[in-house]
Design a protein around this ligand. Structure first.
Ligand code: AMP
Length: 528
């Protein structure tokens, strides 16, 4: 029998990406040509016009930070003016500019790239790794996204897949993928927590697993909490030590950047060892021109004391999720760890304390999400009627943020509450607010604040041709729909005439078909 077409599962991470696939019923995490299972999610644009993607780009990030893009996931699908993008820009060494429709773009050597293009290059690299391993072309993928990714971020991730010549069969949430990796095929009946502490974000998801059904009960996250916080904290201590040693303040951007890299290494070393020493040579120059080095040492206890509050912040988010799910920590049957920062012994200890049980550690926290994506991919391609067909997992997710519309006076009316199971649909009838009003414009937001301005604008739908009448007479029915990929569709319908206007909310950071063609052509060339 011919083997089903391969589907790769890709964990497209902020810092690292991983590709996995199912071969003859077994999940393989696919290594690159050097035997590495993870790839840096980095794209380096070299002076000669060539592009280097993945682990080989890491060296460039140190020697040529302005022309090496990393952390694209922190920017993709967001508004340029958002707190997240502005926060990211202040710490990213490459140039980020405002593109059309508020979308951030990176500007490298005078050329602008959309974030989906950058993520597309990373996905293409993952596809290449899988093709080399399989010795056959790959066209299909399941790609994971954080549970709190909104509609635009999901759309842009899908677009990144297209730009890599991949048909994205499904976009699934990272925690759900992690739960699949643990629970699929084991016939468990359990309540699981997926504790995901990555490089830039923290997420907690609570799921009920029953056989092949994976139901998300609640999810919560903090987009400003991650491994970077440990690095920044350690880098700050190093700066202080440098000042104490030499009596000078280090202000130069390259020097500070180098310290952050060193801090990250030191942090990792302290996950393995009790004590670590770093020597940073020629970090700066004195007034007389001589080189100034930094020698810094730290033991694990010192690290833990300095960073405990960072881990503690993750539990405030866990409290929220437990409250939403109406559960207590001790009612959970297991805790799955995801993300590089869960390798920190302090994190594991504190997680064990909070949940009152040791977390599962048998799967690699870097690989568990890609494994789940590969399992979902294989199930989607399996011939459901074949005798040996694996049972289809049923993923029941929830929407991470409330969705609603702007109402009079700058208020926000929620149509779909956060943590509602998806797919879902919700309608509400609005009436005109002024006399002879012949059109309505619905401004769509997501977020939890009563004041619309504090929420994130997703897009808008306009309905024309209403009958002129006194205010309050004409009724418009608004329907929000969220599909299994978490994508939102909004429809506004004139109840009198039945005239409808629908929009996928991809307006905010959307690209025109022409722009997509141009990006596609550029991505196939593989070089700017
Ligand atoms: P992720 O986004 O899941 O790839 O996680 C990346 C984060 O995990 C980065 O902040 C890394 O510095 C951190 N990380 C990876 N390995 C370790 C380790 N052994 N100890 C501490 N942090 C780590």
């Amino acid at each position: 029998m011919a083997r089903a077409e391969p589907v790769i599962g890709v964990d497209l991470g902020t810092t690292n990406s991983v590709v996995a696939l199912v071969l003859d019923g077994e999940v393989h995490v696919v290594p690159d040509e050097d035997g590495h299972n993870t790839q840096c999610s980095m794209v380096a644009f070299l002076e000669d016009g060539s592009v280097v993607v993945g682990n080989s780009a890491k060296r460039e990030a140190i020697i040529d930070p302005r022309n090496t893009v990393f952390s694209a996931k922190r920017l993709i699908g967001r508004h340029f003016d958002s707190r997240e993008v502005q926060g990211a820009i202040s710490s990213l060494p490459y140039r980020v500019v405002k593109g059309r429709n508020q979308a951030p773009q990176v500007e490298i050597r005078g050329e602008r790239f959309g974030l989906p293009e950058i993520s597309g290059m990373v996905l293409r690299r993952m596809k290449d790794i899988a093709e080399r391993y399989l010795k056959q072309p790959v066209h299909k993928a399941v790609v994971t996204v954080p549970a709190n990714f909104d509609d635009t971020q999901r759309q842009m991730t899908k677009l990144a897949g297209e730009l890599a010549d991949l048909e994205v069969l499904r976009v699934i949430n990272e925690p759900t993928a992690a739960a699949l990796a643990y629970g699929y095929g084991r016939d468990v009946d359990a309540k699981l927590a997926v504790y995901d502490f990555g490089g830039g974000t923290f997420d907690i998801t609570l799921l009920q697993v029953q056989g092949t059904m994976f139901e998300v009960l609640a999810t919560a996250g903090d987009t400003f909490l991650g491994g970077d916080d440990f690095d920044d904290r350690l880098a700050r201590y190093m700066l202080l030590a440098f000042k104490q040693q030499h009596g000078v303040e280090l202000t130069d951007v390259t020097g500070v950047n180098r310290l952050k890299h060193v801090a990250e290494k030191l942090k990792r070393e302290l996950s393995r060892k009790d004590r670590a020493i770093v020597n940073v040579r020629e970090l700066a120059r004195s007034e007389t021109g001589s080189h100034l080095d930094l020698r810094f040492q730290l033991d694990r206890a010192g690290f833990e004391e300095r960073c405990q509050d960072i881990v503690q912040r993750s539990f405030l988010v866990c409290d929220d999720a437990l409250r939403d799910a109406k559960l207590t920590a001790s009612e959970l049957d297991g805790v799955v760890l995801v993300g590089g920062s869960t390798r920190i012994p302090l994190v594991r200890r504190m997680v064990e304390g909070y949940f009152d049980q040791p977390p599962f550690v048998d799967l690699n926290p870097d690989e568990v999400v890609a494994i789940g994506a590969a399992i979902q991919g294989a199930a989607l391609m399996a011939d459901a009627f074949a005798e040996d067909a694996p049972p289809q997992p049923l993923l029941l997710d929830v929407t991470p943020m409330s969705l609603g519309v702007q109402t009079v006076g700058g208020y926000y009316e929620v149509l779909i509450q956060r943590n509602t199971a998806v797919p879902c649909e919700q309608s509400r009838v609005f009436t005109t607010t002024s006399d002879n009003q012949t059109s309505v414009r619905l401004r769509i937001y997501q977020g939890e604040s009563r004041a619309v301005a504090d929420n994130t604008w997703l897009g808008e739908v306009e309905l024309f041709g209403l009958r002129p009448a006194p205010r309050g007479e004409v009724q418009v029915e608004v329907t929000f729909e969220i599909d299994p990929d978490g994508l939102v569709m909004v429809t506004a319908r004139d109840r009198e005439t039945g005239v409808e206007q629908a929009a996928r909310i991809d307006l905010a950071a959307g690209y025109t078909p022409g722009e997509i063609d141009r990006m596609m052509a550029r991505s196939r060339r593989g070089a700017p």
